[in-house]
Design a protein around this ligand. Structure first.
Ligand SMILES: Cc1cc2nc3c(=O)[nH]c(=O)nc-3n(C[C@H](O)[C@H](O)[C@H](O)COP(=O)(O)OP(=O)(O)OC[C@H]3O[C@@H](n4cnc5c(N)ncnc54)[C@H](O)[C@@H]3O)c2cc1C
Length: 465
């Protein structure tokens, strides 16, 4: 397994990354992208810590790469994701979680085809190199009412433009690709079911980020103030998403995992998401726990913990956090095992229910914490004020609540970072869209719920059996 330094050194490989209109010579040294790279390095620091070793390491390799075979392996994976996210102060690290979600799905989907051996070889390559991976699934998609072949520009979904004896050439762009500037390799998979005539879009492959023609245009969202007093979480944690352009990129045969098979492309899009939504709900847990604890501490700091409306809100927050946690565990407990490969996957209906519950009620939970905190979340003093000998005595005198101002403002600052500032905006959109939008989750619940027993029971009650 690699150390954090070895991982960071590996990112200095000439990759083509653009930020605010300029080519980035070194993503680790860059003042903004470096924050993301060091956040990702926490994956390696977490595994290095003897306290986490038994969870983070399996048979000498990162546990992320361990193929789950049963409920206990899925529960352990979920705990690893939850614990490492807590280690990273509520922000998922996501440099092995998403990549292995795709690898598990690729194993299942390609089993029995000539591509399977390549998937196995690639899995071994990633596991033994302890690689950091991004997954580029979401295409830029153009007009959402049309599929790839209906777009005015065929490149709005990544597709094959040339076939050679030793590989294919791909063109197009994916978007929202988390951590792509600071991973070793990127796995690209189809984003949706395809129809006859769309075989060129049915392509899955993996490449080192530094492959010629792979161009990353990094988002500058979270180009934020780095004051640790006002931004206790986001001053040192961030994810970076990219517009990931494949500008006529050559993919050698051994890195092609699927090409031209429409049925398998559709399955891959869905089966990746089954794992990825389970990853999602696992990594949401530290954030929802933080909401609960923070609301309780803010209530005490403001002296309102005994007010009945506050108790009501606290119970609702506990119910929210524990419902998401309970459903996450249940998704693993109800797991299914794929017959041909013996690989386990979380129950799709329960996984989607967990993710939908989290996303649907997220803003209601935010509202409750904001309500308890008060307006200081957006009107409070800055770090320079707090550090100023002239100003601080006034802040200490006038911002005391039921606890001293230092404590109350520390809580306000955490709440402001999580609920009101730039990072809160990021979390807010992440909650709704990442790992699929609300409608996608509802669709999957409707599709995967087995209504037979409920309908039969209702028929019996109505005397219609
Ligand atoms: C912070 C963040 C990180 C992410 N990380 C990754 C990543 O690492 N890799 C990756 O591949 N993706 C990633 N995603 C992408 C994520 O999965 C998508 O944002 C999500 O699937 C929604 O797609 P979209 O953003 O294109 O929005 P759209 O699909 O355009 O959705 C906008 C609205 O249009 C609706 N809609 C879309 N199509 C239709 C249709 N045909 N009919 C009716 N309604 C429709 C949706 O339901 C939604 O209400 C990330 C997203 C975010 C926000």
């Amino acid at each position: 397994m690699r150390t954090a330094d070895e991982y960071l050194t590996g990112l200095r490989d000439g990759r083509e990354v653009w930020y605010r209109g300029k080519r980035v010579p070194d993503v680790v040294e860059h003042p903004e992208l470096g924050v993301g790279a060091r956040h990702a390095a926490l994956d390696f620091e977490f595994a290095d810590d003897p306290e986490n070793h038994s969870l983070a390491v399996t048979d000498g390799h990162s546990t992320y790469y361990h193929l789950p075979r049963d409920t206990s392996a899925l529960r352990r994976r979920s705990l690893l994701i939850e614990s490492s996210t807590a280690f990273a102060d509520t922000l998922v690290i996501l440099v092995k979680e998403i990549g292995t979600d795709a690898l598990f799905a690729l194993h299942r989907v390609t089993h029995g085809t000539d591509w399977y051996g390549r998937v196995e070889d690639y899995h071994r390559h990633c596991r033994e190199g302890d690689l950091a991976l991004a997954v580029a699934q979401t295409d830029v998609k153009g007009d959402r009412s049309k599929g790839p072949s209906g777009q005015v520009d065929p490149d709005l979904y990544v597709h094959v433009v040339d076939r050679r004896p030793d590989g294919v050439v791909v063109r197009g762009a994916k978007v929202h690709t988390t951590s792509c500037p600071n991973v070793d390799e990127v796995i690209a998979i189809p984003t949706r079911a395809l129809k006859p005539g769309e075989e060129d879009w049915a392509i899955a492959f993996a490449l080192p980020v530094a492959t010629p023609g792979v161009k990353l245009f990094a988002s500058d969202f979270l180009h934020a103030d780095r004051d640790p007093w006002t931004r206790p979480v986001s001053h040192r944690h961030k994810l970076t998403e990219t517009l990931t352009v494949f500008d006529d990129v050559f993919v050698p045969n051994e890195r092609i995992f699927l090409d031209g098979d429409l049925a398998l492309a559709g399955r891959l899009a869905l089966e990746f998401v089954e794992y990825h939504r389970f990853t999602a709900v696992s990594y949401k847990l530290p954030l929802v726990d933080a909401f609960v604890g923070l609301a309780m501490l803010l209530a005490e700091a403001n002296g309102i913990q005994r007010a009945s409306h506050v108790r009501d809100k606290l119970v609702a927050l506990v119910g929210y956090a524990e419902t998401v946690r309970g459903l996450t565990h249940l998704a693993a407990d109800r797991c299914r095992v794929d017959g041909p490969t013996g690989i386990a996957y979380p129950d799709p209906m329960t996984t989607n229910l967990a993710k939908w519950t989290f996303a649907r009620d997220y803003h209601a939970a935010v509202e409750k914490v904001i309500d308890i905190a008060g307006g200081l979340l957006v009107t409070g003093p800055g770090g320079d004020d707090w550090r100023s000998e002239e100003v601080r005595p006034y802040l200490e005198k006038y911002f005391a609540g039921a606890v001293p101002a230092a404590q109350r403002l520390a809580l306000m600052n955490l709440a402001s970072d999580l609920l009101a500032r730039e990072y809160a905006g990021y979390q807010s959109v992440l909650a709704i869209h990442a790992e699929g939008s609300l409608e996608a989750e509802k669709l999957m619940i409707a599709r995967s719920y087995d209504s037979g027993a409920a309908v039969a029971y209702a028929r019996k009650l109505a005397g219609l059996s």
